[in-house]
Design a protein around this ligand. Structure first.
Ligand code: ZN
Length: 473
């Protein structure tokens, strides 16, 4: 059944991508939105209260009050359609050891995220929305590669080798995507996961052996692989590199181009709250997947921002998740609708995304060599610590890290601090840094956003990059 949802969604996503006009996309979006809002109002207590008095036969998207992660998480149990599932069950499923693919009641998959807000969130998909979004991500990421010729190339046992270099081990959505491959898909693709927590040289060795056709990762991490390739230590050369979860800086773009001159490089934009927000086309533009998501660029007061202007944040609506609806939900990414007609001919709007602004942390090992530590592995250390609901890492001065966290009031504070310290200690040991890096674990009441208009930097380095340093992470 899973494979049916996956393949039917992928085929529909390909079909609409190639055939649908702007009007057809708009009609589909309105249809889906009407159904979703009616469902949420009638069956999900969180929205029943929020949309009280709303005329379901005659409303506009702008009439619906925006929400955010804090409000949703405070009422977690009430945000779920199936009234049998409790908030405790969701938290338990997320905290279980070996917990990446725990289906609650055999039906609902929980994903944990901090996204760009510094607040931990739990989001559920049922099998239908999960496989539907997976199929769509697959179809839209590889939109120009899914031709009969390309598919034939990897048939008859010559499988497409796909490598995901990601945060592994826990219920993190990209890891879950890479892990939960339908069995039938394994005839065409050989999918492997590599953890960003593993020392770089081990991953390089494994990737050199695997020689992936397809490589997915975070821009900062793929950038460090690119430096390894330029230094002659990495010898794999994927045909296709997809990037997600972080902004792709001009410097990283340059380095990737130099290191992988024959690769197609493609950005994806998704979140745990909605996997299929936007994907790049062959012209290097990001198109909003208007059949799966609504993205509204807004200012600080949630008022719409016109094309050509960068938003303060966005409101997103996931049109396909009916088990835990996400409607007009604040994501802290700044997005600009360019208003241009893309030369590729697609009618879906073109956007530019300026996502999170976390730093790479440069730590000096006992030999005086600088190691580049990218932001996401640190996030995993926090997310893998039960009881942590908000966090920030500050590289205060060279090799001194302040690990700040807010604890869930129902959780044992000492226990949370102990686990967090152990996670960081283990990470430092794995990189040979335990004797040269100092750590302070600080329990705080809250982690405030900086002045108005600025993003919270969760992984924040006050120490400049050593420049020209030897990247040996
Ligand atoms: Zn295009």
């Amino acid at each position: 059944m899973s494979f049916f949802y996956f393949i039917s969604s992928a085929l529909a996503a390909i079909w609409r991508d190639r055939k649908y006009s702007a009007e057809k996309f708009e009609r589909l979006k309105q249809d889906r939105l009407q159904r979703l809002v009616r469902h949420a109002t009638e069956r999900v207590p969180f929205y029943t209260t929020l949309y009280k008095g709303l005329d379901l036969d005659n409303f506009k998207l702008e009439d619906l009050p925006p929400i955010d992660k804090v409000t949703m998480m405070e009422k977690l149990g009430d945000t779920i359609t199936d009234r049998v599932v409790t908030a405790e069950e969701v938290l338990d499923a997320a905290r279980m050891e070996d917990k990446a693919m725990n289906w609650i009641h055999g039906k609902y998959l929980v994903s944990v995220t901090s996204g760009t807000s510094g607040q931990v969130g739990y989001f559920l998909n049922d099998k239908c929305s999960w496989q539907g979004q997976r199929g769509a991500v697959f179809a839209r990421t590889l939109r120009d590669r899914l031709t009969p010729y390309q598919i034939a190339r990897f048939s008859f046992g010559r499988r497409y080798r796909m490598a995901f270099v990601i945060a592994g081990g826990g219920p993190y959505i990209t890891y879950q995507l890479a892990l939960d491959s339908p069995k039938a898909a394994s005839l065409l693709a050989n999918i492997r996961q590599y953890s960003v927590l593993t020392p770089l040289e081990e991953n390089i060795k494994a990737l050199n052996e695997f020689r992936p056709h397809y490589l997915h990762g975070y821009p900062t991490y793929i950038e460090s692989l690119a430096y390894e390739r330029l230094a002659g230590r990495a010898n794999f050369s994927p045909e296709f590199i997809s990037l997600g979860s972080e902004p792709f800086t001009p410097v990283a773009k340059q380095v990737l181009k130099e290191a992988f001159p024959d690769s197609i490089i493609s950005e994806t934009y998704g979140a745990s709250e909605c996997l299929v927000l936007a994907n790049q086309c062959s012209q290097g533009r990001m198109h909003v997947n208007t059949d799966y998501a609504v993205i509204e660029p807004v200012d600080e007061e949630d008022r719409p921002v016109p094309a050509g202007h960068a938003s303060h944040h966005v409101l997103i609506t996931n049109l396909t998740n009916f088990i835990q609806p996400v409607i007009r939900y604040r994501l802290t990414d700044s997005v600009m609708f360019t208003g241009e007609q893309c030369p590729c001919g697609r009618s879906m709007p073109v956007i530019e995304v300026q996502g999170r602004t976390d730093d790479t942390v440069w730590l000096r090992d006992k030999y005086g060599v600088y190691q580049a530590h990218t932001p996401i592995p640190f996030e995993v250390l926090f997310l893998d610590s039960p009881g942590v609901i908000k966090y920030q890492l500050v590289h205060e001065w060279q090799n001194y890290l302040r690990v700040r966290f807010v604890c869930d009031p129902t959780y044992d504070k000492k226990e949370a601090a102990k686990r967090l310290a152990a996670n960081f200690q283990q990470y430092l040991e794995r990189h040979g840094l335990e004797d040269v890096v100092n750590l302070d674990i600080e329990l705080v009441q809250d982690i405030k956003r900086p002045e108005k208009g600025q993003k919270l930097r969760q992984i924040f380095s006050k120490v400049p990059s050593p420049g020209g340093g030897n990247i040996t992470h």
